[in-house]
Ligand binder design. Structure first.
Ligand SMILES: [Fe+2]
Length: 357
């Protein structure tokens, strides 16, 4: 699928989406059919019939009726520009059981009152099995069969593939956007920030299909307002038994420069290590969690402008395997501008990829 896959015509949709599209189209036809029938009846009563292109033959009332029809047609066309699947995707909430099913061996830590005051959100929260088994299967198939595209920033750590998609919150749902690059400010990433990084786009049918529930959870959990832009990343670290590299991110303890973030594990068969940690201090002096494995299906939300995160080195005993994650950050325009609400800074890196461009 190409970067134009978010085009909204029905023929590009999955079976599920086509069903939704058909429902909407039927509703629209029902909406416009009443004035059409009314207009035709009115024309018959007037005895003029309908002659396209000859406005002179219409009475003022008929012209008014046609103007209404034209307006409805324009509105219909405008609406067809909106992804049908988005318009009709039910706002399925993840069940209360899942939402409250915290990681059993972890405690949600309220590190400071000020951190939890806004919208009463804790600085972080873990969720078990937030990405369902069947959805993970569909995403894994896509990753393994199509590939995510190379991530050149991983030259200096474990090989990584990555696809991205910016989305915008609209009507509590979201719309995929077309920008295929981002610039992370060097203020937050001294290693690979400060230059434009292009990536393959995540197809819309993945976003609106198996990834929909976790994206929706991210939007609703953080109460993200209308028009917020979110960066969704699907990335896969390729871990080889014979590799000398174990670093998964190349960044150490860091912030990503957003306000809010969420990580969800899609797969990590035979991966050893790659444990997630959250910290209150950039130097690692104030750990908030013990090293925690995000098993396949597990996720964690955190306040990226309040705390720091880290992932430990990864290795494997099988020839090669993958650790695939969904990452979400908000707000994120990808334009390289510093987020005025994130002043957490970065550690100095010995290698700065922006100097090598
Ligand atoms: Fe990060």
């Amino acid at each position: 699928m190409t970067s134009t896959d978010s085009n909204t015509s029905c023929q590009h949709m999955s079976i599920m989406d086509v069903s939704k599209c058909t429902t909407t189209t039927t509703a629209m036809l029902r909406t416009i059919s009443v004035p059409i029938v009314f207009g035709l009846l009115f024309s018959c009563i007037q005895g003029n019939g309908y002659t396209p292109g000859s406005l002179e033959s219409f009475s003022p009332l008929q012209i008014t009726g046609l103007a209404v029809l034209h307006s409805l047609k324009s509105e219909l066309q405008d609406r067809i520009q909106v992804p049908e699947a988005l318009e009709n995707t039910p706002t399925t909430e993840i069940s209360e059981k899942t939402l409250n099913d915290d990681h059993s061996n972890l405690t949600t830590v309220h590190i400071q009152t000020s951190i939890t005051s806004e919208l009463n959100r804790p600085a972080f929260k873990f969720f078990s099995n937030i990405l369902k088994h069947e959805d993970r299967g569909v995403i894994k198939n896509y990753v393994h069969n199509n590939g995510l595209g190379s991530d050149p920033s991983s030259l200096h750590f474990i090989e990584r593939e990555k696809s991205i998609r910016f989305i915008r919150v609209e009507n509590t749902e979201f719309i995929p956007l077309e920008r295929d690059y981002f610039i992370q400010p060097a203020n937050y990433n001294d290693f690979s920030g400060g230059y434009k990084r292009h990536y393959k786009l995540i197809p819309s049918d993945l976003l609106l299909g198996p990834m929909y529930s976790v994206i929706s959870h991210f939007i609703h959990y953080h109460h993200l307002p209308e028009n917020t832009t979110i960066l969704v990343q699907l990335q896969s670290s390729i871990i080889r038994a014979n590799s000398t590299k174990g670093d998964v991110t190349g960044q150490g303890i860091h912030t990503d420069g957003a306000d809010d973030a969420m990580l969800v594990c899609v797969e990590r068969d035979d991966v050893i290590g790659a444990e997630n940690e959250l910290h209150a201090a950039l130097d690692g002096s104030q750990p908030l969690t013990k090293p925690t494995v995000l098993e396949a299906g597990d996720g964690v939300v955190f306040r990226d402008n309040q705390i720091f995160h880290y992932v430990s080195d990864a290795k494997t005993n099988v020839p090669v395997t993958r650790r695939t994650l969904i990452l979400m950050h908000s707000p994120e325009e990808g334009n390289g501008k510093v987020n005025p609400r994130n002043n957490q800074g970065t550690r100095k890196a010995s290698i700065r990829l922006r100097k090598q461009q």
